[in-house]
Design a protein around this ligand. Structure first.
Ligand code: GZL
Length: 324
């Protein structure tokens, strides 16, 4: 059935197939056994990000993976530059946390053409072409927003309202900001007593969270609740609330997302009322996925991280063993 193929031609074809599947030395620097991973990180904007970077760097070391790490200082153009540099360096795999959802197709097509597998970690992209990346490992931000809203609905059960809410959004255009807002809005939509009277980005930073909360407090004398898309903006807002002579957690109830140590301490102290966890400890799972992707093994299109929620009492119990 098969025509005889000269040995030299067969060997050439086999190498071609291996290389095409990414199982060969496509993208690897000098053919050494060690994997080289190019990682473009969003920046260093929050306690969550610092913990995420630590998890990735420690896990790469543990896994024997050579890590080329780039901090984009929350700028998409820096991430695109870093990804192009990783292509030039012929890394074996690229992983990154996209600072915003859109604008990635062109550079991801360049990576695909170079035969280098891509893993999205922490945040997703809105590319319609899911062949541009092997998998996305991270939280479901819509669920985090829903959990936050569901707590608020329970907290105000039986009360007539209105319940005036101000919202500190994450980085404009980022998956966590878009999806947390969506989930929170869905959870409170059924009861018209909940009113979001102001909503603005604090860019996930403590400084910006404080600045925007100061503006909210000047513009609105009837704020009941703050929903902040991460602990760091919530902690900045606490400074603004105390600066206005009000008691955070009592005069203004505060809901945040992440559950980093400083946020959990404020929760235990009663300055924050509820936190939905978003785990930054993605490093070990990421390295396993990188090894599988480089070998050309099958990996799931989506890897969801496990996370929970915390009340003040639960924070007091969890704090001593908290890893981040
Ligand atoms: C969420 C992550 C967000 C955190 C913020 O997975 O992308 O970015 O919630 C961080 O603290 O800045």
């Amino acid at each position: 059935m098969f025509k005889k193929v000269p040995a030299a031609l067969a060997a050439g074809l086999l190498t071609l197939v291996l290389t095409a599947c990414g199982g060969g030395d496509a993208g690897s620097g000098g053919g050494s056994d060690r994997i080289t991973l190019g990682f473009s990180q969003v920046g260093a904007e929050s306690g969550w990000r610092t913990a995420n970077t630590k998890s990735v760097q420690e896990a790469a070391k543990e896994a024997g993976i050579d890590l080329k790490f780039s901090d984009a200082q929350q700028k998409q153009e820096n991430q695109i530059k870093a990804i192009r540099s990783f292509i030039q360096q012929k890394v074996d795999a690229i992983a990154f946390s996209p600072v915003v959802e859109s604008g990635w197709d062109t550079v991801l097509k360049e990576v695909k053409d170079a035969g280098i597998p891509v893993i999205l970690t922490d945040r997703a992209v809105d590319s319609a072409d899911t062949s541009l990346y092997r998998t996305f490992i991270g939280s479901d931000f819509v669920i985090e927003g829903q959990k936050s809203g569901e707590w608020l609905v329970k907290e105000y059960e039986g009360e007539s309202g209105p319940v005036n809410i101000v919202e500190l959004q994450g980085t404009t255009g980022s998956a966590p900001a878009n999806d947390r807002k969506k989930g929170f809005g869905e959870a409170i939509a059924a009861d018209p007593k909940f009113k979001i009277i102001a909503s603005q980005t604090g860019d996930f930073t403590r400084a910006k969270g404080k600045e925007v909360m100061e503006a909210f407090l000047k513009a609105h004398k009837d704020i009941d609740v703050l929903f902040a898309h991460n602990d760091d903006m919530g902690l900045g807002a606490i400074e603004a609330i105390e600066g206005a002579g009000l008691k955070p957690g009592t005069d203004i109830k505060i809901i945040t997302i992440d559950a980093v140590r400083d946020g959990m301490q404020a929760l235990a102290d009663g300055k924050i009322n509820f936190i939905a966890e978003c785990s930054p400890l993605l490093g070990p799972q990421l390295m396993d996925l990188v090894k599988k992707a480089v070998k050309g093994e099958q990996i799931p299109q989506r890897v969801l991280t496990e996370e929970t929620t915390f009340t003040p009492e639960q924070a007091k119990t969890a704090l001593p063993d908290r890893k981040y």
